[in-house]
Design a protein around this ligand. Structure first.
Ligand code: NAD
Length: 259
């Protein structure tokens, strides 16, 4: 896939899936703006990626804050001259059932995992329209298609990401802006590493996570980044509103079926 002459924003691009997507798109010739609320991590990411290409920069911004979002869009247009691709990847994992989840956790989860992606799209799409087309890739989760215990706010936000994808795809199709979504299974990123480390038996949890996936392991971030880069590119020109599961087969087996 060729992404030369494309400018791509990657939210949450300082780490994990976002960083891997940025690297993959940079290798395919895109210019990349990393939008991340961690200024230091974003600077470190830019330093590591400049070995591949000078066409990478970062802006510190919280995607759930409208003033930050406007700042991030302006900074991208100032630096690279426009916007072709938006990867809505930044997200936070939160825990709790319907009773134990606090209002604060609920609001924060929805603000980052849902409102932030709408806000980034709201301000990026007008820039895409100036270029005549664009591509948005949203990062949901297998937890946007199914759920498990103790993730009521997170799973709800990820289900809503799929609704946001379909709604934006329908609204923007006639104006040549494609909107697609990836649903990863478990991916070896700082988010997952911190969850594993907090467990009373990290080794056992890691082994359970590996075995849950029919391929026998969790994903590397680049395995999600490759799919994101494809959806961002013109190679996916007839795809919009698609929900692409990238889960090593996690959602496939019939529950409870014998080994
Ligand atoms: N890791 C997994 O197993 C997995 C599985 C399915 C879906 N996802 C989703 O993939 C996305 C990336 O996950 P990851 O595992 O790479 O996470 P991560 O925690 O390793 O990295 C997330 C990055 O997003 C940034 N970020 C978080 N909130 C932000 C905000 N409000 N504004 C700007 N930047 C913000 C963080 O600073 C960090 O750099 C998330 O949306 C997550 O829900 C992850």
């Amino acid at each position: 896939m060729d992404l030369s002459n494309k400018v791509a924003i990657v939210t949450g691009g300082a780490k994990g899936i976002g960083l891997a997507s940025a690297e993959c798109m940079l290798r395919q010739g895109a210019e990349i703006m990393i939008v991340d609320w961690s200024r230091d991590a974003a600077s470190d990411a830019v330093k590591s990626l400049t070995a591949l290409s000078k066409g990478v920069d970062s802006v510190a911004a919280d995607i759930s804050n409208v003033a930050d979002v406007e700042k991030a869009i302006l900074a991208t247009v100032d630096r690279f001259g426009g916007i072709d691709v938006l990867v809505n990847n930044a997200g936070i994992q939160t825990f709790g059932d319907p009773v134990t989840t606090t209002e604060e956790v609920w609001d924060k989860t929805m603000n980052v995992n849902l409102k932030g992606h709408w806000l980034m799209s709201k301000y990026a799409i007008p820039e895409m329209l100036k270029r005549g087309k664009g591509s948005i890739v949203n990062v949901s989760s297998v937890q946007g298609l199914a759920s498990q215990k103790n993730v009521v706010a997170y799973s709800t936000s990820k289900h809503a990401m799929i609704g946001l994808t379909r709604s934006m795809a329908v609204d923007m199709a006639s104006r040549n802006v494609r909107v697609n979504c990836v649903c990863p299974g478990t991916v070896n990123t700082p988010m997952i590493q911190s969850i594993i480390e907090l467990d009373t038996n990290p080794g056992k949890l890691k082994s359970i996570l590996d075995k849950m996936h029919p391929l026998g392991r969790i994903a590397q971030p680049s395995e999600i980044g490759e799919v994101i880069a494809f959806l961002a590119s013109d190679r996916a020109s007839f795809m919009t509103g698609s929900i692409v599961v990238v889960d090593g087969g996690l959602l496939v087996p019939i529950a409870g079926s014998p080994e």
